[in-house]
Ligand binder design. Structure first.
Ligand code: 5GP
Length: 189
């Protein structure tokens, strides 16, 4: 088995990164999934310390100032999200296989500070499927959808910066491919 190391999962908006990482949290307890800090308010069903550490803007500022963030970014021009350096380093020191599910800006920052990490790009099966998922979610206005599609085009062009691409055609299959890239045996139900 390969050395446990840090794997970064990123990809365009609405490609299903959250769904894949939730599947991994529920089905692969041997993966240590980083819990990010965010200034976004919790959605129904989200728990502090499980899905995110929900913090105020002031608390987030203090964490950045004290250099507690391995990386952080403003996502969709609104809220801030960041990975806590201490928790990631502790998990790596314990020999755990660490997974960060973050946006592209964050992935680029990690690439600068930890170029030896494993960078995995989650891609949609097709552009049409991605548009369908973005629009089908129904949570954004048409203007917001248009803006996100523009962003998605730029984000898709970042694929070549990554070590591997996993196509999210099926959550269980994509998760299995991702964990095998982390040196963990995939399971099928
Ligand atoms: P959501 O608000 O839907 O949970 O997440 C929005 C976006 O924030 C997703 O694209 C997710 O990958 C990104 N994100 C979550 N945590 C982090 C983090 O710690 N750092 C960065 N850079 N992005 C994050």
């Amino acid at each position: 088995m390969s050395q446990p190391r840090l794997t970064v999962l990123a990809g365009p908006t609405a490609v299903g990164k959250g769904t894949v990482s939730t599947y991994i949290r529920d089905n692969y307890p041997e993966v240590w999934l980083s819990v990010s800090a965010t200034t976004r308010p919790p959605r129904p069903g989200e728990e502090d310390g499980v899905h995110y550490f929900f913090v105020s803007a002031e608390e987030f500022d203090a964490m950045v100032e004290q250099d507690q963030m391995l990386e952080w970014a403003v996502v969709h021009g609104r809220n801030r999200y960041g990975t806590l350096r201490r928790t990631v380093e502790a998990a790596m020191a314990e020999g755990r296989s660490v997974l960060l599910e973050i946006d592209l800006q964050g992935a680029r920052q990690v690439k600068k500070s930890m170029p030896e990490a494993n960078f995995v790009f989650l891609a949609p099966p097709t552009w049409e499927e991605m548009v369908r998922r973005l629009v089908g979610r129904g949570t954004e206005t048409p203007e917001e959808q248009q803006q996100r599609l523009e962003t998605a085009k730029l984000e898709l062009a970042a694929e070549s910066e990554f070590d591997h691409t996993v196509i999210n055609d099926d959550v269980q299959r994509a998760a299995a491919e991702l964990v095998s890239l982390m040196g963990i045996s995939p399971r099928t139900r």
